[in-house]
Design a binder for this molecule. Sequence first.
Ligand code: ADP
Length: 168
Amino acid sequence: MAIAVYPGSFDPATFGHLDVIKRASLVFDQVIVGVLYNSSKSPLFSVEERVNILEKATGDIPNVVIKKFEGLSVTFARESKAQVIVRGLRAVTDFEYELQMAQTNRVLAPDIDTFFVTTSLEYAYLSSTIMKEVAQYGGDLSRFAPPAITEQLMKRLRERNMLRTCPK
Ligand code: ADP
């Protein structure tokens, strides 16, 4: 069975992430999305919330499982019995870092390969960070993520008093 892990922060997931998950699910028997718990970052959503958001957004894809993990992606891949790590590539700006990560992972775990999914053009600009920034200023989020996610994002920003208004 060909198993792939797709590790990331997903804070929160966007249409870009969902596109990578959907496409990977057509290639691999099972895709395990790994939501990174990173104690040095302060995400907007807890790891449990990020897992929950992704579970709901991918509920219609039977061979996708969402799990949280901490530490190295290669360790997560090994524990998941995966042969492949999937990452998304948007633009050249992603390339240098992703190549370095893939090469490092190859040194750490020569039996695990990294497969890159090039982003669909309509999501090439999109990241969780950009979505959060637009959300803070009240912009239209409909092309960034499904309503269930953008509604939860707006709720969180309101709770944290993080909504900004543009100066007139
Ligand atoms: P990380 O903190 O590991 O970069 P992210 O949640 O930002 O976690 O991204 C996880 C993966 O998804 C990365 O490989 C990233 O390049 C990819 N990705 C993010 N946004 C998009 C997008 N719009 N299209 C394709 N891939 C994307």
